[in-house]
Design a binder for this molecule. Structure first.
Ligand SMILES: [Zn+2]
Ligand SMILES: [Zn+2]
Length: 423
């Protein structure tokens, strides 16, 4: 019986790699323009880290984590908790008061697999630790928008504030009072959440719940003065930077650690409206995890969804190509061809060759398949004359080239000829 990848886990095949590399290269470049430094983290952490950060009553911790109960370890369901664990463990704040960090890698959640959402998925994650100013929030969102723009993707930005430990509890009470009146009309999940995590009811996708929360009290109307000032300054910053946004008072994010600013980048191009990135501020979290009392804000972009959107935008499939394919005819030619290929590769030439001793016709077909710019045909006759036939695969004209001297010399000769050819 054939073994297949397990559900929700997917191979990224060579034909898709150019999109993934482009996402990584563009993001790394932009992260660096904004002063972010890369950090690489293990994919597994102590289970308690996620319960303490993401929150015990969240869907993620309640039912979506891949936990090895006997090892006390869990595959990370998101990056922020791991990054903060590393930040605290290595006391990074002592080296630099404000840390700008990014990481790229796989995350794991046992969710129902759907288009663009897998159980092993990949994120680009950026975090600013140690800065409480609202200008950091707007700058971070502008950076996210820049990444999407440079990848050629259109997305809208929605923002909200979740308040702080001073103003959120009273909003929570108001919301519970409101929801209790409609308890019988809420979906079973929301009925349960009314007491455990009432804010989550605000972003329930069920139409009944949506209609009911339309008239629920607004968190934006219950912010304390400090949270309101912060939120207004974030909006003003976005306007200064020319980043368009809309307010969404129903956005709560499924993680307990958020305070004040939360935001999502959304697209309409994946069927239903879908988030391609999201983040927010988490000012009390580092202290809660045993670290110094420092504020923080971050966001993550989902790479599967970015790659899907880029695929939709692609006019033609980009394919890899080779500079040169060596068609070697006969055993002696194969041996010489192998050495020549090795020296060409060390000169930076992308060189294809295979050793099956197939016919010239079959090898030329292979040269076409790997989209080689040139083919070098080596046979016994040519070898006796220390020469080979170089065929331009675009124009089809062919010339005899000299293989005089040793193999490195012959490789340099061929390198010179093919690198001076018009593109
Ligand atoms: Zn507040
Ligand atoms: Zn609901």
């Amino acid at each position: 019986m054939k073994t297949q990848a397990i559900q929700g886990f997917k191979d990224i095949l060579p034909d898709e790699m150019h999109r993934w590399l482009r996402i990584e290269n563009v993001s790394r470049d932009i992260f660096q323009r904004f002063g972010f430094r890369e950090i690489r983290l293990p994919i597994m952490e102590e289970t308690s880290l996620f319960a303490r950060s993401i929150g015990q009553d969240t869907d993620i911790v309640e039912k979506e984590m891949y936990t090895f109960a006997d090892k006390g370890a869990t595959l990370r369901p998101e990056a922020t908790a791991s990054l903060l664990r590393a930040f605290i463990e290595h006391a990074l704040h002592l080296k630099q008061p404000v840390q700008r960090l990014f990481t790229i890698g796989p995350m794991f959640r046992h969710e129902r697999p759907q288009k663009g959402r897998l159980r092993q998925f990949h994120q680009l994650d950026a975090e600013v630790i140690g800065a409480k100013e609202p200008d950091v929030d707007s700058e971070l969102m502008a950076m996210g928008a820049m990444i999407l723009t440079e990848l050629g993707l259109a997305a809208s930005l929605e923002i909200n504030s979740l308040g702080c430990p001073r103003c959120r509890p009273s909003f929570r009470e108001q919301l519970i009072d409101y929801l209790r009146q409609y308890s019988k009309d809420l979906c079973p999940d929301c009925r349960r959440r009314t007491d455990t995590n009432p804010l989550r009811v605000l972003d329930c996708k069920k139409s009944n719940c949506r209609e009911l929360v339309d008239d629920a009290p607004s968190i934006l109307a219950s912010l304390c003065a400090a949270c309101e000032d912060h939120f207004n300054a974030v909006c003003a910053g976005l306007e200064r930077l020319g980043v368009s946004y809309t307010l969404n008072r129903f956005m709560v994010r499924g993680l307990d650690y958020y305070t004040r600013t939360t935001f999502e980048f959304l697209t309409d191009n994946l069927g239903a409206q879908a988030a391609i990135g999201a983040g927010g501020r988490y000012d009390g979290l580092i202290e809660q995890l045993g670290g110094p009392a420092l504020p923080g804000i971050g966001f993550a972009l989902g790479m599967e969804r970015l790659a899907l959107l880029m695929e939709q935008n692609e006019e033609e499939k980009a394919a890899d190509s080779m500079d040169l394919y060596i068609a070697a005819l006969g055993e002696r030619a194969i041996r010489e061809g192998q050495v020549l290929a090795h020296h060409l590769r060390s000169l930076g030439v992308r060189t294809g060759i295979d050793y099956g001793g197939r016919s010239l016709k079959a090898q030329m077909k292979q040269a076409g398949r790997v989209r080689a710019r040139f083919a070098l045909i080596i046979g016994d006759d040519e070898l006796d004359r220390k020469a080979a036939q170089l065929r331009d695969m675009t124009g089809k004209d062919q010339q005899e080239v000299s293989l005089a001297g040793d193999a490195p010399q012959a490789a340099r000769t061929i390198h010179t000829i093919i690198s001076s050819a018009p593109a």
